[in-house]
Write a protein that binds this ligand. Sequence first.
Ligand code: HEM
Length: 140
Amino acid sequence: MEVLVDILVWVHIVAFVAGGSNPVVMPIMGSRMAAATPETRSTLMAIADRLSSVGKFAMATLLVTGPLLLWLEYGWEVPNVWFWVKMALIVVMLVSISLTEINGKRARQGDMEAGRRAAQFGRVTAVAFLGVLLSAVLAF
Ligand code: HEM
């Protein structure tokens, strides 16, 4: 059982490292998007799409390994209030990621305002993600 818990912690860490690349790399690419040539822009969009898929897969992995750890390592016992702070911020991330998806579809259809909003949603997700990391460290 201990080995399984260790593997789950490892997968949990790998997932938040992989997903955590999004808030670092996306703004860098986004800042180059407006001035890029059409060819470069389509390359940047392809990279952004791939990163976004990695992020969603990482989030799904966290949402599976997290509860498994809480069950197998802590017997569903919530350690302290920081755990609930972490859960609340995860909900903020999920809402923000969903809104980013909807907004992204509009931006692709040529909605310029949606293109500008993308960076704001990205910032909300990034700040919530940093809060999740901090509350996770304080919780466990
Ligand atoms: C965005 C999603 C998530 C992120 C970024 C995240 C991040 C983290 C981090 C940084 C740690 C290490 C804390 C430490 O050992 O000091 C951790 C541990 C943990 N997380 Fe998450 N987590 C996420 C989702 C979840 C969910 C949904 C649950 C449960 C419902 C959960 C349950 C746990 C548990 C039980 C541990 C302790 C593992 C151990 O004892 O080493 N996590 N998480």
